[in-house]
Ligand binder design. Sequence first.
Ligand code: SAM
Length: 284
Amino acid sequence: MSAVSGPQIRDLLHDAAARLSAAGVPGARLDARILLAHAMNVTRDELIAAGRPPTADEASQFASLLARRLAREPIAYITGRKEFWSLDFAVGPGVLVPRPDTETLVEAAIALFADRHAALRIADLGTGSGAILVALLKELPGARGIGFERSGQALTFARANLESHGLAARGEIAAEDWNTASGPFDLVVSNPPYIPTADIDGLEPEIRLYEPRAALDGGPDGLDAYRNLSSLLPDLLCPGGTALLELGEGQTQRVKSLFQGLQVRQIVPDLAGISRVLVLKKPN
Ligand SMILES: C[S@@+](CC[C@H](N)C(=O)[O-])C[C@H]1O[C@@H](n2cnc3c(N)ncnc32)[C@H](O)[C@@H]1O
């Protein structure tokens, strides 16, 4: 492999960031660094320190990664990785990229259990990449869990992520609709699709053009999945069991009113102060 003559790292980064920025890509400079580091198979910190220009192969790889980002493909799909709860997840087309907001749900779930080693039974309904389930099993080493996912593409990632985090002995992914789940579970978690159908076309291109509709679309008012879960949860939870549901902005009161048979324990805000997680308890 020969080294590219001419453009050096800083020039390449500068040019790429300018193109991304002109195309309206948010975080253009950071994305340029991530993509070049990915093309050169080095970390972002090593990029400048490496002190060498990319090889011709690496430069060509960078050009094709950049073209994908200019077309607004999510950076996580291009690199195939996303950090969630300080853990590394495999992601790609067909699976929702786990969001920082969802860490609020993980944090609230863990805080419920004084004994981190309790033998809990956990279900994650609509597990996607397995992000929530993996984070919970990591933090609760006595727990066993099952994720339900009806998208074949998504569950392949979830299984790979359970495996890569060494959790295959305590966790499994059921290639099934969550309506087939049978309890009892001590803890049920779900980040269901909750965006009203008509709002999806107004979202940024990374989401509306690339992320799976089945992970986003909550029906005409965004509440279809919650209505479904409201009839399932009372039977899935053990007496005294807890469910945590992620909420879309402004949905709290309407979602709360659907869960008549369960007690509302808490509504947890995310870091932006938006009500993000509904905590429900089945009476003993
Ligand atoms: C918003 S995504 C959440 C993914 C992941 N839990 C996360 O937080 O990143 C919702 C997921 O639920 C899945 N899903 C929706 N309805 C389902 C159903 N009835 N049964 C099983 N999975 C379902 C979708 O395919 C999608 O992967």
